[in-house]
Design a protein around this ligand. Structure first.
Ligand SMILES: Nc1ncnc2c1ncn2[C@@H]1O[C@H](COP(=O)(O)OP(=O)(O)O)[C@@H](O)[C@H]1O
Ligand SMILES: [Mg+2]
Length: 371
């Protein structure tokens, strides 16, 4: 930690009409690090990013980026930051090269400099071969890379990435992760919002978990996971005796590192455990009591577990998916339709075609933990 954080917000507030999007958000991002802002749809991530990148004025609280006040010194700040929004800002009708040249010109680079920078970035993001093709022919992953390239035209000291991989297929997602990791290696400070535990885990030095417009937990990925007790042990009790489920719960509570939960209907009993070593103790304990077991599973905590532990309720995205209702949906996808509906209300209505694209791309999300 340093005394001059690159991003510092204190008590940041923002409402849209009567809807409170941020209710006192405190964030701190140290120079040269990746900070993950992790939270479900509607948590306030995009609102925070838009305020920090000077696109939106807060109603209350303070926000400084690179020591500059995001409201009073917005112009000076704009020249030093990059933003990749939740939806691609590229012009579909222009080629990849033309798009980047256009951004260079927007930043008032001389045309020759803008072109040289565009060519360099296209190389760097493995888009050189497609430089002459209209962006509309690009895949989702290529668009995101082009978008990211556009936000790097001026070599920003701080980069804001709003859900940079939502809707990307796994391969494009890994490519994006590599690109982001490279940027940080070169000294860029990155604030990244995501709904994906795996993404935050992979990229972020520190994470702020946001829900309901405020930070509900913060720490390194490992610290957050250890807050929910390391691994999680799930047992499904066999037979149909209700007392067996309660007996199993008592055994799991004895060996677990946190509260054990039991679902009488699915007969699933679950507890955070300090490590795999307790597995044999638990099985022996159940055996001694004659409790039948039909399934045993040990897994890393999902973001659902983090949320459950931190908020005492399931995360927003887990209310509707059928997989969870079936009792085995832990860590499965959230509801992309909710996401699209909600995002439609955002004040980014200049891209009419985004919904088609996102509906399609969301289908690739199934492999990720979505909250
Ligand atoms: N332009 C807007 N008008 C009205 N409500 C909005 C607008 N943008 C966001 N909201 C609401 O503010 C809350 C936070 O939204 P947002 O910052 O987009 O969250 P996230 O990016 O984490 O999904 C949500 O409840 C959302 O519905
Ligand atoms: Mg958002």
């Amino acid at each position: 930690m340093t005394d001059n954080p690159t991003v510092l917000t204190e008590g940041l507030q923002k409402s849209y009409g009567g809807k409170r999007a941020l209710v006192g958000l405190d964030l701190r991002v140290d120079a040269g690090t990746v900070h993950g802002v992790l939270g479900p749809n509607g948590a306030g991530k995009t609102t925070a990013v838009r305020i920090l990148s000077t696109l939106l004025r807060p109603d209350g609280g303070q926000a400084r980026v690179l020591g500059l006040d995001v409201v009073r010194q917005a112009d000076a700040l704009r020249a030093r930051i990059g933003l990749t929004g939740q939806y691609a800002a590229v012009d579909e009708r222009l080629t990849g090269l033309e798009n980047l040249e256009m951004f260079g010109r927007l930043y008032r680079l001389r045309s020759r400099v803008a072109r040289a920078r565009a060519v360099e970035l296209l190389e760097r993001f493995e888009l050189a071969e497609s430089a002459g093709r209209q962006a509309r022919t690009y895949s989702g992953g290529m668009r995101r890379r082009l978008d990211l390239a556009a936000s790097l035209i001026i070599n920003p000291a701080v980069l804001f990435l709003d859900e940079p991989t939502t809707g990307l297929d796994p391969r494009s997602r890994s490519a994006m992760w590599r690109v982001i990791a490279d940027l940080v290696r070169d000294g860029t400070t990155v604030l990244l919002t995501t709904q994906y535990l795996e993404e935050a885990d992979r990229l972020a030095h520190r994470i702020s978990v946001v829900d309901g417009g405020r930070v509900i937990a913060r720490g390194t990925p490992n610290e957050l996971k250890s807050q929910v007790g390391g691994d999680r042990l799930d047992i499904v009790v066999g037979g149909d005796a209700a007392e067996d489920v309660q007996a199993a719960r008592a055994v799991l509570a004895r060996f677990g590192s946190g509260a054990a939960t039991a679902d009488g209907e699915t007969r699933r009993v679950s507890v955070p455990v300090p490590g795999a070593s307790v597995l044999s103790d638990v099985v022996r304990g159940l055996d001694e009591l004659g409790v039948p077991i039909s399934d045993v599973a040990l897994h890393r905590p999902s973001l659902d577990d983090v949320f459950l532990a931190m908020t005492g309720r399931a995360s927003a995205g887990s209310e509707t998916p059928p997989a969870r209702a079936g009792g085995d949906g832990r860590g499965d996808t959230g509801n992309p339709d909710d996401r699209d509906d909600r995002d439609d209300r955002d004040d980014r209505d200049d891209r009419d075609d985004k919904d088609d694209r996102d509906d399609k791309d969301d289908k690739d999300d199934k492999d990720m933990v979505t909250i």
